[in-house]
Design a binder for this molecule. Structure first.
Ligand code: IPE
Ligand code: IPE
Ligand code: MG
Length: 268
């Protein structure tokens, strides 16, 4: 039976997830895989919150609320497994088309995440970075985001890159404008524009490209995510919706990646 909901509870607290013990051994599925076969950077298109909720007879926003628990679980487990970077698609530049109530709730969740997770982020030595455009994001969300980014900037553990108001095409347009401005001011010659120049002018400047791209909820599309950066990422799609994505699913994705033969256009 779907749970009764009180609309006063719309912006209620996100419940705490269970954390794995810090010193627990590698899970069985991964125990025989050499560490160097693990991806170093995982990017995730966290999709299916709404579908998950609707299947339980709940409003879509409850799916987003549960999605935050998956964010917490996934970043904890990635940290424990020694990942260098985790990039999460939180809000696309196209998601503003959604009903205002859903947008307001997503903004509230983001703000709450920044406040409530700050201590855990610091305990886990994470470095938080935002990728995307700041425009249209409410000031109070930016304030809490900036605080977390600033506070975590001296950490040296896993990068937690949050794609918020992110669009791959917009990112490329922004990069092209920056490079064109550098050409116009004489700081950049046209002939010297290289792949590195483009990479250095993206929101992800300084970050490595993802090795593994995970998408939940079964869609076989990129939805404007990291168009430049995923050119040679391995793709893994699961039917599980994001709120259902757990440690076991993450291990399956990593094990699948470890078995791939990455050729980058060559023969081996
Ligand atoms: C992903 O879940 C979260 C965001 C895009 C913010 P959706 O909200 O897209 O869920 P579905 O795809 O409608 O089920
Ligand atoms: C992609 O999911 C964006 C995020 C996960 C933030 P969408 O639900 O927006 O993608 P489409 O609309 O199904 O392509
Ligand atoms: Mg979706």
């Amino acid at each position: 039976m779907p749970k009764e909901r009180n609309t006063d509870d719309l912006f209620g607290k996100v419940s705490d997830g269970e954390l794995p013990p810090a010193d627990s051994p590698l899970p069985t599925l991964l125990s025989d895989i050499p560490r160097e076969r693990f991806p170093r950077h995982i990017a995730v298109i966290m999709d299916g919150n709404g579908r998950w909720a609707q299947r339980q007879g709940l409003p879509r926003i409850d799916g987003h609320r549960r999605g935050v628990e998956s964010v917490r679980r996934t970043s904890e487990e990635c940290t424990r497994l020694g990942m260098e970077q985790l990039t999460l698609y939180c809000l696309s530049s196209e998601n503003w088309k959604r009903p205002q109530q859903e947008i307001d709730f997503l903004m509230h969740l983001l703000e709450q995440y920044m406040i409530e997770e700050r201590t855990t982020i610091m305990e886990n030595n994470l470095r938080v970075r935002m990728i995307g455009r700041r425009e249209d994001i409410p000031d109070q969300v930016l304030k809490e985001l900036d605080k977390t980014v600033e506070l975590s900037s001296t950490n040296d553990g896993m990068w937690l890159n949050l794609a918020i108001n992110y669009g791959g095409r917009r990112e490329l347009v922004d990069a092209i404008q920056k490079i064109a401005a550098d050409v116009a001011s004489g700081q950049q010659s046209v002939e010297a524009i290289s792949e590195q120049t483009v990479s250095e002018n993206l929101y992800t400047a300084g970050l490595d490209d993802p090795d593994l791209l995970v998408r939940t909820a079964g869609e076989m599309r990129i939805s404007n995510f990291l168009l430049w950066q995923i050119s040679y990422a391995e793709i893994w799609v699961t039917e599980a919706c994001w709120p259902e994505f757990d440690e076991a699913a993450l291990h399956q994705a990593i094990a699948s990646f470890a078995g791939r033969n990455r050729k980058f256009g060559g023969l081996n």
